[in-house]
Design a protein around this ligand. Structure first.
Ligand SMILES: [Fe+2]
Ligand SMILES: [Fe+2]
Length: 193
């Protein structure tokens, strides 16, 4: 079976009701799809893996269950093994090899997308004029978005072989078109305020 985005969205929304988690899935999906286009890879397949990567987090909120206990559910729903493997690979505690470009990319986008989202929430125009430099500055403030693992952000860019600023710029660009769906303000809101 070739999984489609619709199917992944259906699975995700059956297990995930929290708007924050859905936004996270959409942000990571946008970033991973951006990289799929960048590398000339299968955008639909990459997007499916990204959408699903935390699909079970609401029902399995601890690391002794997430994401490993989600895998049998995905298998039952008919997702191919490469999708399931991709989903499992994002979890550092499972220590699975990130031996494909998709796995490296998913890992690199997961924490960073969340961090960029947090940066956008405190700006009047969201991420419209957000620059890598100010994201980097915020990364150095431990109290800002304290839940984001900085070491994973740095390791992610390194895994991609990209300069951190470039990686940040790419993920911002990827997220901009869906900023309103992510609950972020845009430049248009500034004039209206
Ligand atoms: Fe996760
Ligand atoms: Fe995630």
């Amino acid at each position: 079976m070739e999984p489609t985005r619709d199917q992944a969205w259906d699975t995700l929304t059956r297990y995930t009701k929290s708007e924050a988690l859905l936004r996270h899935a959409l942000a990571v999906e946008a970033a991973v799809r951006w990289y799929a286009r960048f590398y000339g890879e299968d955008e639909e397949r990459w997007g499916v893996v990204a959408l699903l990567h935390d699909f079970d987090y609401e029902i399995h909120p601890t690391l002794d269950q997430h994401p490993q206990d989600g895998a049998p559910i995905l298998r039952e729903e008919g997702y191919p093994e490469d999708v399931i493997e991709g989903v499992l690979s994002h979890a550092d505690h499972l220590q699975l090899p990130r031996d494909t470009q998709l796995k490296t990319t998913l890992f690199a986008c997961d924490e960073l997308a969340g961090f960029i989202h947090a940066c956008g929430l405190v700006r009047p125009d969201g991420i419209d004029t957000l620059e890598p430099k100010s994201v980097r500055k915020k990364l150095k403030q431990p109290s800002f978005a304290a839940g984001v693992h900085r070491d994973e952000v740095y390791a992610g860019a390194e895994g991609l072989g990209l300069d951190l600023d470039q990686h940040i710029a790419n993920v911002i660009e990827a997220m901009r078109p869906i900023a309103p769906r992510l609950g972020l303000r845009t430049a248009a809101d500034v004039g209206a305020a």
